[in-house]
Structures are given as C-alpha cells and as structure tokens.
Design a protein around this ligand. Structure first.
Ligand code: GLN
Length: 192
C-alpha cells in the first residue's frame, strides 16, 4: 500500500511520520508528474487552504486530483484539507476540489479562535484525542455523508464514500485511530 501526501504547504511531514510509525509507505505530491506514481490513497494536510488551493491550480494539480477522487481514490483531508474537499464554503466565495457534498465554515469553530484539544467519539470509537487549530467545521452535510464525530455540537469528521474529512489534526498527536481508519478505507478499496 502506498499513500500519497500533498506536500505543497502545511503539516504534511507529520502525516508521513505517522504513516511510517504504522509501517506504511508514503510519498509526496509536489508537482504534476508525482501523480504518475502508483498510489492507493491521498492525504491532503492541514495548513492554509487558500495557499494550497492556489498552488494546486498553479501547478495544474486541481483537475487531475479531482478526477482521481471522482474515480474512487480514497482521500483524507485534515483541516485545510477539509476545506479543499468541501463543495461549499459558507464564508468564502472560493472553492477548490469541491468533491464532497458538505458546506464548511472557515475559521469559525467555537473555541477555536486560538487552538484547543478535546476528546470524543470518532466513528463509534470512544475517547479519541482531537486537536483543533483555527479549524473549520461542517455546517451542512448532504444525504450521502455520514457524520463520524462532533465537538461542541459541530460536525468535525465525516465520510462520503471514498472521502474522509476531519476538522482536527490526528497527525499532530500520538493517537493512531484516524490514520488506522483511513488505511482501512484504503485496504477495502484496494481489495475491490
Ligand atoms: N484556517 C485554515 C484554512 O482556512 C485551516 C487551519 C488548519 O489547517 N489548521 O485553511
């Protein structure tokens, strides 16, 4: 199994480290030709969604990545990655890949004016640590979207078929729950 990590900006190195702790091979997507390598899943890291979105456009990555996602490639967006995947952003005219049927709200999550950590249930798994840094939340999710976690009554993790999003940053801590969940999605897709 090989996981590609979008490495234009933000917390991509932390995802690489977490995957290597799990014994999973990963490589970075920095330019269009990196997409020629075989990949079983893609992680879009946290950082700044507007910067990552612009760099993806400038590098000609937006359309090819969108096509990969639409053809079923498992993808996980953390924080800014959630914003890149959201079809609608309530407080921004821009959208980016816009493949997932959710409305996200930028920089607007309750206590997140700074950053904070909490623990909660993720996909039925109790007590998962969640670190939020100027995080978005999901204000509205389409019929095909399954809510996986909430915090302060906001949707902070969700899944639509091959797409997973978390408003929080599992790669910044030691807990491996969400990485394992994503790798399980990838395994099931590879097995098909
Ligand atoms: N506020 C950032 C954005 O709008 C996301 C923050 C993060 O990824 N930690 O892209």
């Amino acid at each position: 199994m090989r996981i590609a990590i979008l490495a234009l900006q933000g917390a991509f190195a932390e995802h690489e480290k977490t995957l290597s702790r799990l014994g999973v091979e990963s490589f970075e997507i920095r330019q269009l030709r990196d997409l020629d390598r075989p990949l079983d899943g893609l992680i879009i890291p946290g950082g700044e969604s507007t910067v990552q979105g612009k760099l993806m456009d400038d590098l000609g990555l937006t359309e090819p990545v969108r096509r990969l996602i639409e053809s079923g490639l498992p993808v996980w967006g953390t924080c800014a990655g959630l914003l890149l995947l959201a079809r609608r952003i309530a407080n921004d005219v821009r959208t980016h890949l816009a493949t997932m049927d959710v409305t996200a709200v930028r920089n607007a999550y309750g206590r997140q004016l700074g950053s904070f950590s909490t623990r909660g249930s993720f996909a039925g798994i109790p007590d998962v640590p969640m670190t939020f840094i100027r995080a978005p939340y999901i204000a509205q999710a389409g019929a095909g979207v399954r809510v996986l976690a909430t915090a302060d009554d906001r949707i902070v993790a969700a899944r639509e078929a091959n797409q997973l999003v978390t408003a929080f940053h599992p790669e910044l801590g030691d807990d491996l729950t969400v990485h394992r969940y994503f790798l399980d999605m990838v395994c099931k897709q590879v097995a098909r």
